[in-house]
Design a protein around this ligand. Structure first.
Ligand code: SF4
Length: 445
């Protein structure tokens, strides 16, 4: 927690020597509290003052990085309890399991499936980030082989074992992949900390309650582990959700440094639908890393969609470039539709135009990322805005007809739009899912 000017003043020499460029130590302390100067400007600051100010300036939650290159992922570094207070910074790392008990063929097939999982929504890729290798076999050699296979997927690797021997074998097998070592408890802390420190990789501390996690995190820190993730081993999902909220509160509001780490949680057991529900809840509150057991795309998609929604900045709507977009291979007789540059609206319309299989132009109008009705009611969408968008995009040179299909919800602007543009306005459907029928049955150039 940041120190006030008076608290900083108490740490300074109070000689008013002016060497920092300020007339008094108090003036310097006030400037330091406002982050206008650095403590380095005072040549007489004690080591104690430097240490306390450094500790006070540290973020309340550590950011932990694992994986390397394109596979590198970060968790933590969060600053608020609620998204509307600011925003959440680091999207939950979504991982799927790779049990080392699979035979070679099954392991290869599962890795290929994992590597091939591709999701996209509103023009943004939504990746599966990591593979969590689980030590079901209990053996070190098999665990190492599975870790090597996990690395081959191109994803970040999480090693889940309580065996220091298996951990050491897997860490050696993945080389410089910088995996996250998961499975440290109070019972194996020394051996696991030693393995993690030697490999310079982050480590996950597991305990049943916040007190146990704080003690274990401190033990690991003293043992040389620089980056720590917490795993609350709760009795049931309800206790887990309450516990994760409590951990976040203790870290951010009560400044409990020992709990200032991101959290990993498992939703890897049971029916895929149950896993999806539990994982989506964990994304919301407050898992930095969540591990699922299912590879079913229909179960993973809602989790990734939840993550995408929760981790957008609530102050900034996701926007699409406001220009003329081609769907299919449109020509000079193809229909021209317009919609707004709110990404959810645009990509819904684009998907429905694609589904019609009628090549078309979509004029994406800049409404500062707001939807059709919101933009219209806020006067961000009117005949002048659409006329300017038509002109700026050079639509007249793309088609030889002069017909513009407008969203059914803004049929009221038809008259003024015809006057402003000279184009014939055709009122399209209100709902985007009616666009295919409209383009096939109503549209004629
Ligand atoms: Fe005070 Fe340090 Fe500035 Fe001197 S240099 S006035 S001791 S803050």
């Amino acid at each position: 927690m940041a120190l006030s000017g008076l608290e900083i003043f108490k740490l300074l020499p109070k000689t008013n020597c002016k060497e920092c460029g300020h007339p008094t130590c108090l003036a310097f302390a006030m400037a330091l509290a406002q982050k206008k100067v650095s403590l380095d400007a005072c040549p007489h600051a004690s080591d104690e003052a430097k240490a306390r100010l450094a500790a006070a300036a540290a973020p309340p939650m550590q950011t932990v990085t694992f994986g390397t290159g394109d596979a590198a992922r970060q968790a933590g570094g969060e600053t608020v309890l609620f998204r509307h207070e600011e925003k959440f910074h680091r999207p939950t790392v979504v991982a799927v399991t790779l049990p080392d008990s699979l035979d070679d063929a099954a392991m290869k097939a599962r890795c290929e499936t994992i590597a091939g999982l591709q999701f996209e929504r509103i023009g943004q890729p939504m990746p599966i980030d990591a593979v969590a290798v689980t030590n079901e076999s209990g053996g070190a050699a098999r665990f190492a082989a599975a870790a090597r296979a996990a690395r081959g997927t191109g994803k970040a690797v999480i090693l889940v074992t309580e065996s220091a021997e298996a951990a050491a074998a897997a860490l050696a097998a993945v080389g410089d992949a910088r995996p996250l070592l998961c499975g440290t408890t109070a019972d194996n802390a020394d051996a696991m900390a030693s393995a993690a420190s030697a490999a310079k990789c982050p480590v996950v501390a597991r305990a049943a309650d916040p007190e146990g996690l704080a003690d274990l995190a401190e033990t690991l820190k003293k043992a040389g582990c620089a980056e720590i993730v917490l795993h609350l081993d709760a009795a049931d999902p309800w206790s887990e959700m309450a516990g994760l909220a409590r951990l976040r509160q203790l870290a951010l509001k009560q400044n409990v440094r020992a709990l200032g780490h991101p959290v990993l949680a498992f939703a890897a057991d049971g029916d895929p639908a149950d896993q999806a529900v539990r994982a989506a809840a964990l994304v919301c509150k407050y898992a930095g890393i969540v591990v699922l057991g299912t590879l079913e795309p229909w179960a993973l998609l809602p989790v990734l969609t939840t993550r995408q929604n929760i981790y957008t900045d609530p102050q900034k709507p996701v926007q699409v470039e406001p220009t003329l977009h081609a769907v299919g291979d449109p020509g000079e007789t193809s229909p021209v539709l317009f919609t707004t540059n709110f990404s959810l609206t645009y990509y819904t319309v684009e998907g429905d135009v694609e589904a019609s299989r009628v090549p078309a132009w979509i004029l994406c109008v800049d409404t500062e990322g707001t939807s059709v009705l919101t933009a219209y009611s806020g006067d961000k969408l009117n005949e002048k805005v659409v006329a300017k968008a038509l002109q700026d995009a050079g639509v007249e040179s793309k088609v030889k007809h002069r017909k513009l299909i407008i969203p059914g919800y803004v049929a009221v602007m038809s008259g003024k739009l015809e006057e402003a543009t000279g184009w014939e306005v055709l009122v399209g459907p209100r709902e985007s899912n009616q666009i295919p029928r409209y383009l096939k049955e109503v549209w004629t150039a």
